[in-house]
Design a protein around this ligand. Structure first.
Ligand SMILES: [Zn+2]
Length: 450
């Protein structure tokens, strides 16, 4: 879970709702120019995503981005289905290693300790990377600490009597292992085809999109824009025709280090939407016609939660917003993130209940039950604000306030044992349980269309 877990994140920016308020006290104060790289120094994990390109070891590492999924609900009404997938966000970064970097889980006892952690967060020279930000005493805080800062941070915590444990001893070890696993899987794939149980490079993901588009007549790859660095923003659309039908948006990997989300989205497209399961759902349906600065956003353009100079200022965000607005008929906006096992609905930028609170809450609970029925994984349900903390610029807030009632953000596995570095062996379980939750929501949305 990132600081702004539901934000559409783009290099140097997050999606903006136009309703936010002032920046949160304690947000980074300095404006650090990092536009050249597109991604700030304090987001180095982005570098290590499955998208680590084969050019590893050269000065510039190609890194990707994110995937967007859309599904046209109208397509379902005549056995047609639309799913769009796009690749967003890209950046060329210098190579960096993580030898000796540790990830700590910090447990605060009271508000004072939370504030001490927030102070720590503001010390930019430490280059801390909060995986879960300090917000309330009841919530754990996970933080990646560069090797050079490990001793001073531990000393700080101990001197303030703040409890912590080590989640990851040496981040580079974990990443090396993941790279080895990816290499082995890549070898297997040469003979066995796409392996959903492993992480992939952006090129591999693109190839799989092309494969889907060529394999199924109702799958189409389209481009909705271009990234800041000139990469095409692809969207994979599942449809057998027609235009402007009621639609569902599903995205994954908006925060690119949330590896399991892109991997889950690929599984869901193949095994969920395209698999037998979707036929069951379709058969059961009647044929019918139918970041403004605010709390939780950062002024620092190098931050994952940077709010951008103005609403929808970043080209990747603008492309998505333009696409959704020009379509004009989206009924659900679903976004996959990790980690923390949460299923959240609006609002995040304010703590008042949405007009559809009762329906969203009960639908969220039903989806969480569906998820739990697969492997017993528990998801906490609620509005963003009361489930985590007040956070501006969230994409589901934007969607909801633009008339898309069924707006949900999923935070997938786990609860912090591996965090963003969820082992590949958990991809398929995470994807299949998430699919059951998604399916529960889709069924509800479809039932309301008739
Ligand atoms: Zn996220």
């Amino acid at each position: 879970m990132d600081h702004n877990s539901s934000n559409i994140w783009a290099p140097g920016g997050v999606i903006q709702d136009s309703l936010g308020s002032k920046p949160q006290a304690g947000a980074a104060q300095a404006l650090i120019p990092c536009a050249l790289e597109g991604v700030g120094k304090d987001t180095p994990l982005e570098l290590l995503l499955p998208w680590l390109d084969v050019t590893v070891g050269t000065p510039a590492v190609e890194l990707t981005g994110t995937l967007e999924w859309l599904m046209d609900v109208g397509a379902w009404t005549d056995m047609k289905l639309v799913l769009l997938l796009s690749a967003l966000l890209g950046a060329s970064l210098g190579l960096e290693t993580f030898v000796g970097d540790q990830v700590l889980r910090v447990k605060t006892k009271n508000e004072e300790q939370v504030q001490q952690l927030q102070l720590l967060e503001s010390l930019e020279h430490l280059q801390l990377d909060f995986w879960i930000n300090p917000s309330a005493p009841a919530l754990p805080v996970d933080v990646r600490i560069p090797a050079a800062s490990v001793q001073s941070v531990k000393a700080f915590l101990e001197s303030h009597g703040i409890e912590y444990s080590i989640l990851i001893e040496d981040l580079q070890d974990v990443l090396d292992k993941e790279k080895q696993d990816m290499a082995k899987a890549a070898q297997r794939e040469r003979s066995a085809g796409f392996d959903f149980g492993t992480y992939h490079t952006l090129d591999d993901i693109y190839a799989e999109l092309d494969h889907l588009a060529s394999e199924f007549s109702f799958v189409e790859k389209i481009q909705i824009g271009q990234s800041y660095e000139g990469r095409p923003l692809y969207v994979l659309k599942f449809s057998t025709g027609g235009s402007n039908r009621p639609a569902i948006w599903l995205d994954a990997g908006i925060h690119s280090r949330e590896w399991v989300t892109q991997a889950s989205a690929l599984w869901i497209a193949n095994k969920g939407f395209l698999g037998q399961q979707i036929v069951d759902v379709l058969d059961s349906l009647p044929q019918k016609p139918g970041c403004v600065p605010g709390p939780g956003a950062s002024k620092n353009p190098c931050s994952d939660s940077y709010h951008g100079p103005s609403a929808n200022s970043e080209v990747e965000v603008r492309s998505v917003v333009d696409f959704i607005k020009s379509h004009g008929n989206f009924k659900a906006f679903l976004t996959l993130h990790s980690y923390s096992q949460l299923l959240m609905y609006p609002y995040g930028y304010k703590c008042t209940r949405p007009a559809d609170y009762a329906e969203l809450e009960s639908l969220g609970r039903a989806a969480a039950n569906a998820i739990k029925s697969v492997y017993g994984t528990t998801f906490q349900v609620g509005p963003i604000c009361t489930t985590i903390y007040q956070a501006s610029g969230g994409s589901i807030d934007w969607a909801y306030d633009n008339g898309i009632k069924y707006s949900f953000a999923f935070e997938l596995r786990d609860t912090g044992r591996f965090g963003f570095l969820l082992p590949a062996s958990q991809i398929v379980p995470a994807a299949s349980e998430t699919w059951q939750g998604l399916r529960r929501i889709l069924e509800h949305v479809l039932a309301r269309q008739g």
